[in-house]
Structures are given as structure tokens and as C-alpha cells.
Design a protein around this ligand. Structure first.
Ligand code: PEP
Length: 248
């Protein structure tokens, strides 16, 4: 099953508005046919970045969103506001959100509902810690995260779903899963998805994330169940991210 490769950059709490706009403008020149590319700036930079690349094929996404649409929720941003600002995608359940901000599969499920209601494309992050992997819990953790986050949705509602498999021990550490380890996890994720959304599992893009760099991207992306990458550190520099796009 041919799936369009999807490379997304997660800028996290990096790049000012002017830095983000400059990088995004540069990335427009690095796009290539047949590869979907997006950047996920801070909430502050999202609108100016989206304006700067309007009309190009470079997509823009949020790094998170709240489940309520508006109201007395200090510090939050909703899916409808992200959409209005130019977002097409929203990252959900990143491990840093789980680790530092109390995100759970139940709250991700609520956010997912809001994202889909706005017609935005969810990038659902899942992944195990090193202790969980070493403890033989890899499959159990991934299954729980997928089933918990997707509970209550039909396959038709999840048509645009993107999943990012990001082993927590490989995020920002310089330590990447081997292509064999990543492929094994991705194949397992797809098998769990099959139980939840049936044949749609063959069309769901599953990105790999965790210290993806120009020099390991090609091998990771050549695995049959790896359909793209969610890139942190290496998405912050034009040359590095362009090289990853070129490898896709
Ligand atoms: C991420 O934050 O999703 C990520 C994969 O980060 P890094 O590429 O820096 O490991």
C-alpha cells in the first residue's frame, strides 16, 4: 500500500517569530513532489509562519491544543483558533506533554475529538520509556496508548489520522532506534491499529520520531512501515531539515 511520506518538524519551545518565519520561507524551496512536509511552531509563531508560507505546499501545525473551543481557560489554545490561524495539523500527546504537563490517554482522546471536529489532521504521538522497553512492556504500552487515545472513534472519523511512534529514550538524546527496532514497533502499531480501525490501518501514516537526522533518515524511511518522520532538533536548521526531506 503506497502511503505519501510525511515529514513534520516539531519546533517545541524554539525559534522566535522572525527566526521561524525565515526558516519556513527557506523550507519552501526544499519541498519536493510526493513528500508532505509540515512545521509545528510555537503558538506565537504559528500565524506569522502560516502567513509567510501561504500558497506553498508547506503545512503548518500546532504542537498541542485544548479540547474546549473557547472560554475561561487561561493559557490554552483551541483547535478552532489554531485552524483560524492557519494550522492544518495538530500534534497530540507528545511525550513531553505526557511527562511535564500531565497528559494522559484520556485527555489526548478529548483533544483528538476537538481536532477532528475542526477538520484538522491529528499527529498522535505514542512511545515507550527505556524502563518500559527494558521491562518487556513495549507492546503493552503502545497498545494501551493507541486504544486509549482512539477510544470511541469510528474508522471513518479517523480517516486522516497520523501516528508518530517516538520511543521516549530516543527523543533529544542522540540515541536512535535501529531501523530494525523501529520497523518492528511500527509493524506492531499497525497491527494494533488494524484491531481498532480495520483496513484503514493500511492507509494510516506512521511516522518515526527520535533523533532523526540527515544521516539516519534514509535508512529509517526505507523501512516498509515507516511512512515519515516527526523531527525535533534537526527541524530547527534549514540545511538539516532539508536533507531529511530530500531523504524521504
Ligand atoms: C520530537 O520532539 O518529536 C523529537 C523526535 O525530537 P528529536 O528529533 O530532537 O529527538
Amino acid at each position: 500500500m503506497a502511503r505519501t511520506p510525511f515529514i513534520a518538524g516539531n519546533w517545541k519551545l524554539n525559534l522566535t517569530v522572525s527566526e521561524g518565519v525565515a526558516l519556513a520561507k527557506g523550507l519552501v524551496g526544499a519541498l519536493k513532489p510526493g513528500v508532505e512536509v509540515a512545521v509545528c511552531p510555537t503558538f506565537l509563531a504559528l500565524y506569522p509562519v502560516a502567513q509567510a508560507v501561504a500558497g506553498s505546499a508547506l503545512g503548518v501545525g500546532g504542537q498541542n491544543c485544548y479540547w474546549e473551543e473557547k472560554g475561561a481557560f487561561t493559557g490554552e489554545a483551541s483547535a478552532s483558533f489554531l485552524k483560524d490561524a492557519g494550522a492544518k495539523y495538530v500534534i497530540l500527546g507528545h511525550s513531553e506533554r505526557r511527562q511535564y504537563f500531565g497528559e494522559t490517554d484520556a485527555t489526548i482522546n478529548k483533544r483528538l475529538k476537538a481536532v477532528l471536529a475542526q477538520g484538522l489532521v491529528p499527529i498522535l504521538c505514542i512511545g515507550e520509556t527505556l524502563a518500559e522497553r527494558d521491562g518487556g512492556l513495549l507492546q503493552q504500552v503502545l497498545k494501551t496508548q493507541i486504544e486509549g487515545s482512539l477510544a470511541g472513534f469510528t474508522a471513518a472519523q479517523l480517516e486522516t489520522l497520523v501516528v508518530a511512534y517516538e520511543p521516549v529514550w530516543a527523543i533529544g538524546t542522540g540515541r536512535t532506534a535501529s531501523s530494525a527496532q523501529a520497523q518492528e514497533a511500527h509493524a506492531f502499531v499497525r497491527s494494533v491499529l488494524r484491531g481498532v480501525v480495520g483496513d484503514l490501518a493500511d492507509r494510516v501514516r506512521i511516522q518515526y520520531g527520535g533523533s532523526v537526522k540527515a544521516d539516519n533518515a534514509k535508512e529509517l524511511l526505507s523501512q516498509p512501515d515507516i511512512d515519515g518522520a516527526l523531527v525535533g532538533g534537526a527541524s530547527l536548521k534549514l540545511a538539516d531539515f532539508s536533507a531529511i526531506i530530500a531523504a524521504a
